[in-house]
Ligand binder design. Structure first.
Ligand SMILES: Cc1cc2nc3c(=O)[nH]c(=O)nc-3n(C[C@H](O)[C@H](O)[C@H](O)COP(=O)(O)O)c2cc1C
Length: 173
């Protein structure tokens, strides 16, 4: 199986703040279960307006998730920025690391976006990459080892990911 990486962004389409927290918990619960089963790892940034997500795993598994997540009515204007082969995972031990708006450092906007704010349509591919690497470094989970992928169709957790590595930080806005 060939390791791939996708990055997409979208606009949040959840009506009010309370509901956002509930929905975010639901999303994280589903993602934690399914991503582990599919051998997929990644991170989700939730700004005041947007979702920005990176997912890493097998090509077939990621294609499936693009369709599933892309059709989710809790966001709109789903924009796939990247779907490429990858040498190694950035978020090796995270089924889905989640960063809420209050967790996103203010310097990310000026560092990674040409607009000075975290406006995803103005973040270059390199900007996304550097930003996700900074996040992984920040949480001490960046893994430099090449990944050994499951060979049985990707239905098991990669050997390097233990069951205790649940969707780590359920950091909400
Ligand atoms: C922004 C966003 C990110 C999501 N990320 C994932 C994910 O990484 N993995 C996943 O299985 N589902 C993810 N989902 C949820 C799926 O779209 C879908 O609703 C869910 O997996 C269905 O799960 P269920 O089997 O619990 O009903 C995400 C949804 C949204 C809105």
């Amino acid at each position: 199986m060939l390791l791939h990486r996708i990055i997409y962004f979208s606009e949040i389409a959840i009506p009010d703040e309370d509901d956002l927290e509930t929905q975010l918990n639901r999303i994280l619960n589903s993602a934690s279960r399914r991503n582990a089963r599919l051998g997929v790892t990644g991170a989700l940034i939730v700004t005041n307006k947007h979702f920005i997500q990176v997912l890493e795993g097998g090509r077939r598994q990621l294609s499936y998730l693009v369709t599933l997540i892309g059709g989710d009515t809790r966001h709109k204007n789903f924009t796939l920025a990247q779907f490429v082969p990858a040498d190694m995972r950035i978020f090796m031990q995270w089924r889905l690391l989640c960063m809420g708006a209050s967790e996103v450092p203010t310097h990310y906007g000026s560092r990674y976006s040409t607009s000075g704010t975290l406006e995803p349509s103005l973040i270059t591919l390199n900007g996304f990459h550097l930003m996700f690497q900074e996040i992984a470094d920040r949480y001490g989970m960046r893994e430099q080892q090449p990944v050994v992928m499951p060979t049985n169709g990707g239905e098991t957790i990669p050997p390097t990911m233990s069951a205790a590595d649940d969707c780590g930080r359920k950091v909400l806005v």
